[in-house]
Design a protein around this ligand. Structure first.
Ligand SMILES: Cc1cc2nc3c(=O)[nH]c(=O)nc-3n(C[C@H](O)[C@H](O)[C@H](O)COP(=O)(O)OP(=O)(O)OC[C@H]3O[C@@H](n4cnc5c(N)ncnc54)[C@H](O)[C@@H]3O)c2cc1C
Length: 437
């Protein structure tokens, strides 16, 4: 049987960073990735004549782990187009349109109100469970908005902004998910908005992860799906045997799982997963949305639009412009709170979803990737249900014998983001290198 120091399961950001660090520490490493590509929930694919990000896209210099990798690999950023017009809806569904400044004036008090106690709830973003969050963690984002007593238009607009951030209906998402990201931006909600949806990586996420993969001193095996991890007790032989779906087996002194929480039960662990992972996998995390790329006829002025959390699409903005044999076109990016509400192959349904909050656009095609039904992810960017942050995070970070867990889903600072994935990969690589030294 093949034998290595460490098997890393998964070649997303967490797995690639962990493998690179472990190899650099002089350990023999094999990365097993089920897909035919690296990058996991980041994926740049050529569609509609453009390199489109189907998963994670936006990065920012306030994301320290991401930014260190950007510097290391000499990656630049470019700004997504700034909007000239804003569209939103009143509580009764009446369409509103105006300048960006007018929209910001509608949401400003509510946005501040939602996160006003962040300084006491999560005083240090790098330690998200240490403050008063424990008493607040039973609340949903919806509970907090309901308690603010906002005027109907402001309430509707604030809800629509947050459903865009958390990628699920607001009564499903813990307030902690809002507070921890704002804690990561020093308590400033405006900076959190900028950090999470403004600057993309020049050349695309897939080129970025391919570059990290090239730095791994060890094999990165694609099409290698892990079926089981069996720990071996005792003495010099302690470790685990990793079995692939084709029946092949690798013995390792340590194993790093980078599977998202919702997908972890696809691997048979012996001994079984610790309780925190098992329970989180049963409850599932909150995020369950969709990301869509929509091709529209003609040149649509730069805009962003917000519908409500009850619509199939709740956020829409212009991202790219181009022209081909069919004339000028605009590519729009959209997000919705529930992936089951819209079939992106059904152009008429996509048209109706767009008409509901940004009239005057002719949709000619739509595309995307359903990360929720993808068995290897079963999630988009992770947001917690109420209580999950304080109930589980500490336990999720603990190694289980020879098995370590590195995933954005158990990160401290930017949990759910690329930054959190990198943080978790660095953390587990450091622990393993110290243990095996
Ligand atoms: C639509 C969308 C938009 C997003 N937008 C942003 C954004 O703008 N900015 C941002 O920072 N983040 C964003 N994110 C989140 C970000 O992409 C993720 O947090 C990050 O990529 C997760 O990295 P990871 O390594 O923890 O997990 P993953 O990338 O999910 O890696 C896990 C890997 O394990 C593999 N795997 C699963 N099961 C097995 C198995 N049995 N055997 C072998 N391999 C297996 C998977 O194929 C995958 O490659 C977005 C995510 C989505 C889906």
């Amino acid at each position: 049987m093949e034998s290595v120091d460490v098997v890393v399961i998964g070649a997303g950001f967490a797995g690639l960073i962990a493998a690179r660090e472990l190899g650099a520490a002089g350990l023999s490493v094999v990365v097993l990735e089920a897909r035919d590509r690296v990058g996991g929930r980041t994926w740049t694919d050529r569609r509609f004549g453009h390199d489109l990000e189907l998963g994670g896209t936006w990065v920012h210099w306030v994301q320290p782990h991401t930014w260190a990798e950007m510097t290391r690999y000499g990656r630049d950023i470019e700004r997504s187009p700034s909007a000239e017009e804003a569209y939103w809806r009143d509580a009764d569904g009446t369409a509103r349109t105006g300048t960006i400044a007018a929209f910001m004036a509608v949401i400003a008090d509510g946005q501040q109100g939602i996160i006003d106690d962040v300084g006491t709830a999560i005083p240090r973003g790098v330690d998200p469970t240490s403050g008063g969050i424990a008493e607040l963690d039973a609340l949903t984002v919806q509970d907090r908005i309901d308690a603010l007593g906002l005027a109907p238009e402001a309430r509707a607009a604030n809800e629509s902004v947050w459903v865009g951030h958390v990628n699920a209906p607001l009564d499903q998402v813990g307030l902690s998910s809002a507070l921890r990201w704002v804690a990561a931006t020093g308590g400033h909600w405006q900076l959190m908005h900028e950090a999470s949806a403004t600057y993309r990586v020049v050349g695309g996420m897939s080129a970025f992860t391919a570059e990290i993969a090239r730095d791994v001193r060890g094999d990165v095996r694609l099409g290698a799906t892990v079926a089981a991890v069996t720990q071996v007790a005792g003495g010099a032989d302690a470790g685990a045997v990793v079995e692939l779906v084709d029946g092949s087996r690798i013995r390792a002194r340590r194993v790093v799982s980078t599977l998202p929480a919702n997908a972890l039960s696809t691997i048979a662990f012996d001994p079984p997963l610790p309780e925190a992972w098992r329970r989180l996998g049963e409850e599932r995390v909150a995020s369950r949305g969709t990301k869509a790329w929509i091709r529209a006829r003609g040149h649509v002025p730069r805009f962003f639009a917000y519908a409500s959390q009850h619509d199939p699409l709740s956020v829409l903005k212009a991202e790219f412009y181009g022209s081909d044999d069919d004339g000028e076109y605009t590519l729009l990016v959209a997000f919705g709170p529930d992936h089951t509400r819209l079939d992106l192959d059904d152009v008429a349904a996509v048209q109706a979803a767009v008409d509901a909050f940004r009239p005057g656009i002719e949709v000619t095609a739509a595309t995307g990737h359903d990360w929720m039904t993808d068995p290897l992810s079963q999630n988009t960017w992770m947001t917690h249900r109420p209580g999950q942050l304080t109930r589980y995070l500490a336990d999720l970070q603990r190694p289980h014998g020879a098995v370590h867990f590195a995933t954005t889903d158990n990160a401290d600072l930017w949990g759910g983001f690329v930054d959190g994935a990198i943080e978790s990969g660095l953390r587990e690589a450091r622990r393993i290198a110290a243990a095996l030294a």
